[in-house]
Design a protein around this ligand. Structure first.
Ligand code: CP3
Length: 342
């Protein structure tokens, strides 16, 4: 029997949507916090295959999700390209910054990801051996625009102003940076697929701050290029794209990029998305992560409404963004039970 997630990605409408959750391995789980303490810090956890595989498996054991997502981070690609990367506890990631054309020139070539990120491929090989036979293994990378915003600013930013400023000041150098990230991402995801990833997902967390031609050139075009290259090298590999907060631009996104599934953030109304996005294929989403903190009847009602809205087509149930550290694991169990009973 083909795995449920792969069936949904192939366009099949299932009686019950398969489920997984963004950031399902994370700080809301006591067993994650214990393994992370053992690793010492977040990056050591990412680069220690046995421990990264262990935290990937924890939510599968506890909740029986239909997919496991590789435990790693989107910022490992900039690190492989030569950026300094560190995490400040309680604040988030910090990187050395890229502010001009010469800094783009100085980046390592795309195939640097093969050596530098070899522990990540080892994590995937362990997972392909250890996952239950019904569980799909998802690999991932950041999409080019989102990764560029971190490389330019050196940190997460509210409005991505430094990246927009670089784009305005030197569109050619900015495009060269996007191209380098795109090429590295093709190599990286290709190696993930060879190591056992059955699906790959592209996270464009800051897609919502691109408008008009910039959305076409720096969100859609790089994703289309990655999807085309991966499908050439690995025929049939399904790709999920997450252009978070794309709004109206969710419409037509799958067709324009070749993605098999579009992940919806929780600002999108499920009925609108059923009519305008699911009409082109599988969708994923889109319960607000806050329900994993607050729980109760609102969680049940909203979960049922989402399942109902997407019942007529291929759907993978997920949150609209990552689960937060203050979430209650009991609410995750309640969400899963509600989906499977709906
Ligand atoms: O979904 C998963 O469980 C897979 C693992 C995963 C992580 N990060 C682990 C992580 C994935 C897919 C990501 C993607 C990621 N990383 C994105 C795109 C998705 C999104 O959230 O929009 C981004 C923007 C990053 C960069 C990043 N990594 C930030 C901004 C932070 C700090 C914010 C925070 O939550 O602390 C991280 C750290 C990070 N990545 C953690 C985890 C579990 C928390 C680190 C810890 O244990 O202290």
């Amino acid at each position: 029997m083909t795995k449920t997630i792969l069936r949904a990605l192939a366009g099949e409408t299932l009686p019950t949507p398969p489920i997984w959750m963004m950031r399902q391995a994370g700080r809301y789980l006591p067993e994650y916090r214990a393994t992370r303490a053992q690793a010492g810090d977040f990056l050591s956890l990412c680069y220690t295959p046995d421990l990264a595989a262990e935290v990937t498996l924890q939510p599968i054991r506890r909740f029986g999700f239909d997919a496991a997502i590789l435990f790693a981070d989107i910022l490992l690609v900039p690190q492989a390209l030569g950026a300094d990367l560190w995490f400040v506890t309680g604040e988030g990631p910090r990187l050395s910054t890229i502010t001009d054309a010469s800094a783009v020139q100085a980046l390592k070539p795309a195939d640097a990801v093969h050596d530098r990120l070899s522990p990540i491929y080892e994590t995937l090989r362990i997972l392909s051996r250890e996952l239950p036979s019904e569980t799909t293994l998802i690999g991932f990378a950041g999409a080019s625009w989102t990764v560029a915003t971190y490389m330019i600013a050196g940190r997460g930013t509210k409005d991505q102003a430094p990246a927009h400023a670089f784009m305005q000041a030197d569109r050619a150098a900015f495009s060269a940076l996007i191209d380098r990230i795109t090429e590295a991402t093709i190599e990286y995801l290709s190696a993930q697929i060879e190591a056992g990833a059955e699906v790959v997902k592209l996270f464009d967390s800051w897609a919502g701050s691109l408008k008009g031609d910039d959305f076409d050139d720096f969100c859609m075009a790089p994703i289309a290029r990655i999807v085309t290259a991966l499908k050439q090298r690995h025929p049939g590999i399904p790709v999920i794209a997450f252009p978070r907060e794309a709004g109206e631009r969710y419409k037509g996104f799958a067709k324009a990029t070749g993605a098999d599934c579009v992940a919806l953030d929780n600002s999108v109304a499920p009925d609108w998305a059923a009519a305008n996005v699911q009409s082109d294929g599988c969708v994923q989403g889109n319960l607000a992560p806050g329900h994993m903190v607050t729980g109760g009847q609102a969680l049940i009602d909203e979960t049922r409404a989402i399942v109902q809205a997407f019942r007529g087509g291929p759907h993978i149930f997920n949150l609209g963004h990552g689960i937060t550290p203050d979430a209650d694991p009991e609410n995750v169990a309640l969400m899963i039970e509600t989906v499977r009973k709906s």
